[in-house]
Design a protein around this ligand. Structure first.
Ligand code: NAP
Length: 248
């Protein structure tokens, strides 16, 4: 038995990296998958076919997660197309790094809007249908940086710490409706986002990780599929670190 069979999941930012791995893993485990992308149109469109190869229903939507109205419309469209929404994975995120002294207002606002406001937008829209169904699992992708902080990433760390507070609050608000809300905190995962970091810094990071390597997007996806499934049915309000022991 596949662990998320008969569930409908929505993954934001699935054209690349971790979101793409989550969408594929969910499909492999039997879920019907709706997903979004924004600028990577070709990659987004190609993913639909890859997901369908697992024998599930799949559809991509070009939608900006940071836009409140667009998020509401997206969830309406997904429920119309798929009939329901069981699992929401808020994955879309960006970095705009810089030390505070050099950080512009635009760098701050962009990261808070795309990383944190998007989670509010999608969760608010999705919980309307989850409350009616008396069931749902919300999974928010935060970061170990949201727990520890990181020099040069005050905007990103604030957005990811905000996600943790939001995740726990929604767990408290909606637990009685059988809606679970958890966060996954990846450490250093090898994607385009971290590909921009210079190789000497990457090697130093890897040496500081107890498991002595970066993580793969599929390793984050595995934790997400567990939280999406009924195997985690009594787990809510938690932050699961997928970081090779980076932050203990
Ligand atoms: P990535 O390779 O840069 O991919 C980011 C994804 O987010 C892309 O699919 C992108 O879509 C999408 N996206 C960006 N802005 C969007 C918006 N406004 N609306 C909808 N989609 C949007 O990043 P990643 O490494 O996979 O990271 C995924 C998540 O994991 C992020 O939340 C990130 O903060 C978190 N994370 C990553 C790491 C890591 O080491 N990589 C560690 C901790 C946490 P388009 O390309 O189509 O625009």
């Amino acid at each position: 038995m596949k662990i998320v069979e008969n569930k409908v999941a929505l993954v934001t930012g699935a054209s690349r990296g971790i979101g793409r791995a989550i969408a594929l893993r969910l499909a492999q485990e039997g879920a019907d998958v709706a997903f979004t992308y924004l600028s990577s149109v070709e990659k987004g469109e190609a993913l639909t076919k890859e997901l369908e190869a697992f024998g599930v229903k799949a559809k991509g939507y070009r939608s900006d997660a940071s836009d409140f109205q667009a998020a509401d419309q997206l969830v309406t469209d997904v429920v119309a197309d798929f009939g329901k929404l069981d699992v929401l994975i808020n994955n879309a995120g960006v970095t705009k790094d810089g030390l505070l002294m050099r950080m512009s207002e635009e760098q701050w606002d962009t990261v808070i809007r795309i990383n944190l406001k998007s989670v509010f937008n999608l969760t608010k829209a999705a919980t309307k249908s989850m409350i009616r169904a008396k069931s749902g699992s919300i999974i928010n992708i935060t970061s170990v940086v949201g727990i520890s902080g990181n020099a040069g990433q005050s905007n990103y760390a604030a957005s990811k710490a905000g996600i943790i507070g939001f995740t726990k609050s929604i767990a408290l608000e909606l637990g009685s409706r059988n809606i679970r809300s958890n966060a996954v905190a990846p450490g250093f995962i090898e994607t385009e986002m971290t590909g921009a970091v210079e190789s000497k810094a990457v090697e130093e990071w890897k040496q500081s990780i107890p498991m002595k390597r970066g993580g793969q997007p599929e390793e984050v996806a595995d934790a997400c599929v567990f939280l999406a499934s009924d195997l985690s049915r009594y787990i809510t309000g938690q932050v699961i670190q997928v970081d090779g022991g980076m932050l203990t």
